[in-house]
Design a protein around this ligand. Sequence first.
Ligand code: GLV
Ligand code: MN
Ligand code: MN
Ligand code: MN
Length: 405
Amino acid sequence: MPIKTDQLMAHLATINRFSTNEVGQNRLVYTSNWIKGQRQLIAWGHQAGMRATVDAYGTVYLDIAGSQAPDKIIATGSHMDTVVHGGPYDGLYGVLGGFQAICELIQVLGRPKKTLRLISFSEEEGSRFPATFSGSKHYCRVEDVAGIQDHAGIDFNKARQAAVAKLKEANVHTGLPSVPTTFTELHIEQGPRLINAHRQIGLVTSIVGQRRFTITVNGLSNHAGTTPMADRHDAFQIAVTLISRLRQLAASISRQLTFTVGEVHVWPNTSNVIPGKVTFSIDTRHVDAAVLNRFEVGIRNKAVDFSIPPISVTVNRWVADKPVQLDASLLQRNENLAAKLGLSYQKLASGAGHDSEIMSRVTPTTMIFVPSIGGISHAPQEKTSPSDLHNGVDLLRESLKQQAY
Ligand code: GLV
Ligand code: MN
Ligand code: MN
Ligand code: MN
């Protein structure tokens, strides 16, 4: 069954044009470019004869109903949103690669016995609002979002309702579809292991747990020229020392514990005023929840140690996602199929977060990775060769075929 790689590449290019004028891909959840992406997908789904449903979070479901067991749902997909200045494949490859795989199956084999479902989750990255996986958490009835804003002060639920109203103009069904029988997510690896090992496919065994925090350091703003060095309560200098101690602490707990401070805000952020307030993010990940617990206790203790009046340091945790094991029998199926297709593969754990970790709480779930050139992701340079993109779709299609026909 030959794959129409050109169609996949053309679809990727079309949606990747829905971005801001800034560098990289910028399709943050509920923005106008995100709306255009989901609407384009709905239009393609309609052309392919699929039933399109949109839920209250703006996740799009494209179904081709099974002829014999329509209630058994074999699902695939990933997320439509990107990080700020992201790459062309994170999330989108799983959406459009899944769409490609399903289209080929229905073109060549006709209607499946079980329902095939393509899912384009609304949001996975946590890049606009302080919440991650809000689309899959809503679909899986795990958790809903309330009372959070983006940096412009726009309320999540207001942005959500406005964007979903735009999607509903596209002649779609609405509601929250049932949880599928299985879920497979196709994704770029986003790291260097497959490319370094010259493997075409990664079969994902587990996904790390992650926690994210916002740390606020309150000091005292004052004149940069007149305030003696010994009399300062410079929130930025304290934040720098604190970050350096936390990095050392993370390394002492486990060499595999990741520690990233990716977002910093300084007030008033001007050259001749001692900073009175700083907030910074911490993103930390590990395969073992006990390690994350230990580090969280360490973060909270350090915040207390650094809170010497008039300085105060507060810790707000806004993500606590557990490490998960993915389904062993779906992985075994994909291992057999990869061997049959003559694709080189290896099993690996994912250091990135994915909607699959939420899906795995409610249904057997597996992931297929393809190599990332240079191991780069969450950056404009993110790249995968067309032949590797093609291989991932081939494997996904064969797995969906075995399960649904
Ligand atoms: C999501 O892409 C994450 O791992 O941060
Ligand atoms: Mn092929
Ligand atoms: Mn992703
Ligand atoms: Mn990502």
